[in-house]
Ligand binder design. Sequence first.
Ligand code: GDP
Ligand code: MN
Length: 393
Amino acid sequence: MLLSRLQLGGIALLTLLLLLTHAYLSRWRPTTSAAAPPVPRLPPFAGCAPTSVELLPRENGTILLLVREADLPQLLPTLRNFEHRFNARFRYPYVLLSAPDEPPFSAHFRAKIAEAVHPGATLEFGTVPREHWRIPDWLDEEEVRQGFAKQAAKGVQYGGREGYHHMCRFYSGLFARHELLQKYEWYWRLEPGVRFYCSVTYDPFRFLAQRNQTYGFVITLIDDLNTLPSLFPTVERYVQESGTVPTDMWDFFTRAKNGQKGYSASFPPLPFLLAAPCLSLLKLEGKYLPVNADRCHFWTNFEIGHLPFFRSQPYQDLFDALDRSGGFYTERWGDAPVRTIALGLLEGADKVHYFEDFAYRHDWFMHCPERKELGCECVPIPRLAGCVVLHVC
Ligand code: GDP
Ligand code: MN
């Protein structure tokens, strides 16, 4: 069927817009410091290519999970998939933590986990300390609980769930103090329900370590503003009072857009939305940075991090200041925006790596690499549909 003149005009306009956007973004360069020296990558692989011992030695890393006994049905397929796609070859140990308001992991749970992972896997089971999983002393418990009900009534996602507030606070900073993590230098966070669609045939811990990097991610999302109305002002106050000198990535996260600043209510300008690779980022000078800084955050259910950074005084001081302000409870600050803000404030862009070659899915959000030679068993989501529908930045 012939297209009408109106439709042809529309297509021409859209093409022009994309070309202009591309030209604009090609010119656009962040003010970043010198890049880390490139690390030679293995040649492209297909599917489950066997990994060679060239990748030895291992790093001092662990796979970290905070789970409930009731998560077992989602957890077992995730562990089997994670082993198949990565850990049966690399054999990193696991740390599984339960919350103190849950029953301790049963013998049945432990046995099922042991069956799902490689034979002889190191499995450590622990509990989050009680003082890291309760409304802190400096807040009025009664008032906070009434606040949860108000958050729920206002439609703040998970705002009515006390456990969720604890979980976000824990992963925002307290996790790095857990005794079972003290002997490790790296963690890779995993959650029930996660699935990898192609094999990870190199060691991402080692990849980050060799590049002297701190953090790796696969997906970025835009947060619901109603979960964190006072987070950004609190952070700005902290920056001023502590005399923290932010890094080049901070400028990126806080660059004014639509006349507003930082984690504000602005929506990305249309050209950014059109050009934004779905569920991912733009490549800028060999690094990947989030396209839309406003409220955009690294989605932390996948993350690989260097623990000395998270245990460091600057990170823990920032976390403590946020914690003292009460926003993990009086609002529903997520660990993802907190992580993003902290990295933007304390670490340079060259310390963060986008694992765009990992095919990863959790809940409704998925990243599927477009390079066919990776042999991923997934289909990249059409960019535009994904970006608009899924609110991905
Ligand atoms: P989402 O990915 O942000 O939707 O959060 P999830 O519900 O997947 O929670 C992330 C992790 O924290 C999961 O592994 C859960 O088992 C754990 N978690 C979440 N909420 C609670 C809670 O209320 N209590 C406990 N003990 N764990 C929780
Ligand atoms: Mn989850």
